[in-house]
Design a protein around this ligand. Structure first.
Ligand SMILES: Cc1cc2nc3c(=O)[nH]c(=O)nc-3n(C[C@H](O)[C@H](O)[C@H](O)COP(=O)(O)OP(=O)(O)OC[C@H]3O[C@@H](n4cnc5c(N)ncnc54)[C@H](O)[C@@H]3O)c2cc1C
Length: 399
């Protein structure tokens, strides 16, 4: 794996523009996202109106070039927005991450001029929503092993298969669908298609009963002989795996940034509660063991943030960053779960109900160590880089 130059300019100060981006995202999140979060979570309702608002303020596709409707922001700036959205509500953060990093980013990087003009302005404005359909019922971590088939026809391609756990799959206008064109070629036979969800043969069903991310839409998708023209392919035959991996490099960064937001929300809620709540005649913040819980959260939040900023700086410098992004994603997601758990402890019984945001933080954080590469997969990426040995695939299957 290419090694990045880690002698980054070690300036931990944000620029004035980045500070402004962060402050306005914080203000937007407090005004528009936070007040809706609990009700949407209770109702398990995807908030389409909020998704449109996110588009209106330029939080969907923020790093996409301005000529295609984005804001042309750098990755640090994008990460700062995602952190603030994630602090308010991970379901809203999912819309930003999927739409920006997985869908719009892939179209911008791999799409033809026609595909970019057709989809990017609408995705960036929030007029259209997208989803990223890689995972299948029998194919999760082993993403190269897809069963969905793309068969060449006279007029283009026919796609058939099933996708599982697809965020926004019921509400999207376009789905990035990954399919196998030639099973003998394994991951080199994969291709990615831009599938309008209005296509005949596309159907989806909502997945109910999730632990968290309850106001995020999650779908099981059925693809039944969908007919597509050649121009629907994103990149070339055989590019599918590269499209997926490049999208995930950016998606993981976005998830990690959102988790810094969860950690920060846990700190904020815990400090505030600990100063207010009195036991034994004093605020519970006076107890050393409560301060320990808070101090541990702060260290984890800051360490996660630094890993995210390092990954963002490498992306902005155009350097290889897959391993550093894995480190940020692994650490920040685990930190978010630990911080949320500790924040509930600080709140005592009050942390167990949704009067405070901390129980939602825990339920929402939990999935982040599973999707976009489980924590185990990220450890294997980091370990492979360190040792040169791929422990992800059993030796008899390797190569
Ligand atoms: C709410 C939600 C939203 C999602 N959104 C999307 C989406 O928008 N698009 C999309 O394509 N997917 C999405 N996913 C799917 C997600 O990316 C997968 O769940 C994830 O990749 C793990 O796959 P799996 O669930 O099949 O688990 P499995 O791959 O079956 O893993 C099960 C366990 O085995 C471990 N394991 C597997 N392989 C190895 C190995 N080689 N070495 C060590 N341990 C291993 C894993 O770490 C895990 O602990 C979403 C999932 C959820 C729950």
């Amino acid at each position: 794996m290419d090694q990045p130059d880690l002698n980054l300019n070690m300036d931990f100060q944000l620029t004035d523009e980045q500070r402004l981006i962060s402050e306005s995202a914080r203000e937007f999140a407090d005004r528009e996202i936070l007040p809706r979060a609990r009700d949407s979570d209770r109702a398990g309702r995807f908030d389409r109106e909020l998704a449109s608002k996110l588009g209106e303020v330029g939080y969907l596709g923020a790093p996409v070039a301005e000529e295609y409707g984005g804001r042309g922001l750098d990755y640090i700036g994008y990460g700062l927005i995602v952190e603030q959205v994630g602090r308010a509500d991970s379901s809203a953060r999912t819309v930003v991450s999927v739409q920006t990093s997985l869908v719009a980013g892939s179209i911008e990087r791999w799409g033809s001029e026609e595909q970019k003009r057709e989809w990017l302005p609408r995705l960036c404005s929030g007029e259209a929503l997208g989803c990223f359909a890689l995972t299948e019922p029998d194919t999760g971590s082993d993403a190269a092993n897809l069963r969905t088939r793309a068969t060449k026809t006279e007029s283009g391609w026919a796609i058939s298969g099933n996708k599982m756990w697809i965020s926004m799959g019921n509400v999207a206008d376009v789905a990035l669908v990954f399919a196998q064109t030639d099973p003998a070629k394994k991951h080199k036979g994969l291709a990615c298609f831009l599938v309008p969800t209005a296509s005949e043969g596309y159907s989806s069903e909502e997945i109910h009963g999730k632990l968290g991310l309850r106001s995020s839409d999650t779908a099981e998708i059925s693809l039944d002989e969908i007919e597509l023209p050649d121009q629907a392919m994103l990149g070339e035959v055989g590019d599918g795996f590269k499209v997926a991996m490049s999208a995930l490099d950016n998606g993981r960064y976005s998830v990690a940034a959102g988790c810094v937001g969860i950690c920060d929300g846990c700190v904020e809620a815990s400090v505030s509660y600990a100063k207010e709540r009195r036991q034994f005649g004093v605020p519970i913040a006076s107890f050393q063991l409560v301060q320990e819980l808070i101090a541990d959260m702060i260290v984890k939040r800051d360490a996660a943030r630094m890993l995210v900023w390092r990954a963002g700086a490498l992306k902005d410098e155009g350097q290889p960053n897959t391993v550093q992004t894995s480190m940020a994603k692994l650490y920040a997601t685990e930190a978010a779960v630990e911080c949320a758990n500790a924040a509930i402890q600080v709140h005592g019984g009050a942390g167990y109900v949704d009067d405070y945001p901390v129980e939602r933080y825990l339920r929402d954080a939990r999935v982040t160590t599973l999707y976009e590469g489980t924590s185990q997969i990220h450890k294997l990426i980091i370990g492979r880089d360190a040792t040169g040995i791929n422990a992800m695939v059993p030796p008899s299957h390797d190569g």
